[in-house]
Design a protein around this ligand. Structure first.
Ligand code: ADP
Ligand code: FBP
Length: 324
């Protein structure tokens, strides 16, 4: 029998689990010509991946973040330099090989074409070692973010097992993944899920188009026992459904540089808002503002609170009581 306890303390401590990190190599070009040579106008490269992006934004907001998961030992320094410079506590397991490099091409219409590679291979021994680390962290943490795809060798079933274990310990698990990993993880009923439109359509097995389609899909997840269903809809904003009702946010128009990392930034904003016990409206407007700011540059941005508050004032919120 799963125990439900809503008496969560305000906290700044959080664990982020990053199973398949990446170095993001972003190239800007006028347009992509398939089958031809494409000249890149300028490029940037930085440590990223869903969990690492979430951890970086959380730290910038003031969270005490312990990052665990896997890192390729051959280029681990690229990541550990970042962790040391911004103050992420590194509890990652080093695995043979290099962490993958993902390629992101941004054209002059700000359209992003992404090439996400597979990643290093993990063994059962490494996975068991990681599970022990995650369980050890339950002694002094209530919030766990599991973000991103899984590397080759990692059976999606582990996500089901780990989320089930964390849930039984009454931990709040925020889960953001895709494909089979999303399916398996969702079945364990994490506390919060954040699919984007495409991921939710693919999970639901049908194309969701209208607001009503998303609402029905969200309410189904709620009925199954997921407490917070947050659907991110790019520049159209966020749809958040829970037992208290439906909230919709619309971000202000932004100067877009790259939308890569917007979803991770939204997850970090949500996590921080819950940890800090913001009201529902404040949680959504804060997280939407933070995510909107992230599209104004390459990678996740670490804006000042002042910048976030200014943007937050331009986020429109629509509220409907009771999810029904
Ligand atoms: N062009 C944009 N302008 C303003 N906010 C944006 C824009 N694109 C994304 N966002 C914000 O970032 C959130 C996450 O973006 P989205 O593209 O839906 O996620 P993902 O990166 O997971 O695909 C959106 O819900 C929205 O709040
Ligand atoms: O974990 P996945 O699905 O392989 O995706 C990894 C990619 O997603 C990112 O974390 C960006 O994610 P979002 O755009 O959804 O925020 C990149 O940094 C990384 O290259």
């Amino acid at each position: 029998m799963i125990e439900i306890n809503s008496a969560f303390e305000k906290t700044n401590r959080v664990v982020v689990i990053s199973l398949n990190p990446a170095i993001d190599l972003t190239g800007m070009l006028d347009s992509i010509n398939l089958g031809h040579v494409n000249a890149i106008n300028n490029s940037e490269q930085h440590p990223a991946g869903k969990g690492i992006n979430v951890a970086s934004v959380l730290v910038s907001l003031g969270a005490a973040v312990t990052l665990t998961g896997f890192l390729g030992q051959d280029n681990a320094n690229d990541f550990t330099n970042l962790f040391n410079s911004i103050g992420i506590v590194d509890d990652c397991i080093k695995v043979p090989g290099s962490t993958r490099t993902n390629c992101k091409l941004v054209d002059s219409h700000n359209q992003v074409t992404e090439f996400n590679f597979q990643g290093f291979i993990v063994t059962e021994t490494l996975i068991e070692k990681l599970e022990k680390r995650v369980l050890a962290l339950t002694n002094n943490h209530d919030y766990f973010v599991i973000s991103g795809s899984v590397p080759p060798g990692f059976k999606e079933m582990y996500l089901f097992d780990w989320i089930t274990k964390l849930r039984k310990m009454n931990k709040r698990v925020l889960f953001d993944s895709s494909k089979d990993a999303l399916k398996q993880g969702m079945q364990a009923l994490p506390w919060l899920v954040k699919p984007n439109e495409h991921e939710l359509s693919s999970y639901s097995g049908k194309l969701l188009i209208h607001e009503q389609d998303y609402l029905i899909a969200a309410k189904n997840l709620l009925a199954q026992g997921i407490e917070q269903v947050v659907i991110s809809k790019g520049e159209k904003g966020v749809l958040w459904v829970n037992q208290e009702g439906i909230l919709i946010s619309i971000p202000p128009p932004m100067n877009i540089v790259s939308t890569v990392g917007a979803g991770d930034t939204l997850v970090a904003g949500l996590c921080w808002s819950f940890m800090q016990q913001f009201s529902r409206t404040e949680t959504l407007s804060f997280s939407t503002a933070l995510a909107a700011l992230s599209v104004t540059q390459v990678g996740v941005c670490l804006p000042s609170l002042e910048e976030i508050y200014v943007t937050q004032k331009s986020v429109a919120i629509k509220k409907f009581d009771r999810a029904g």
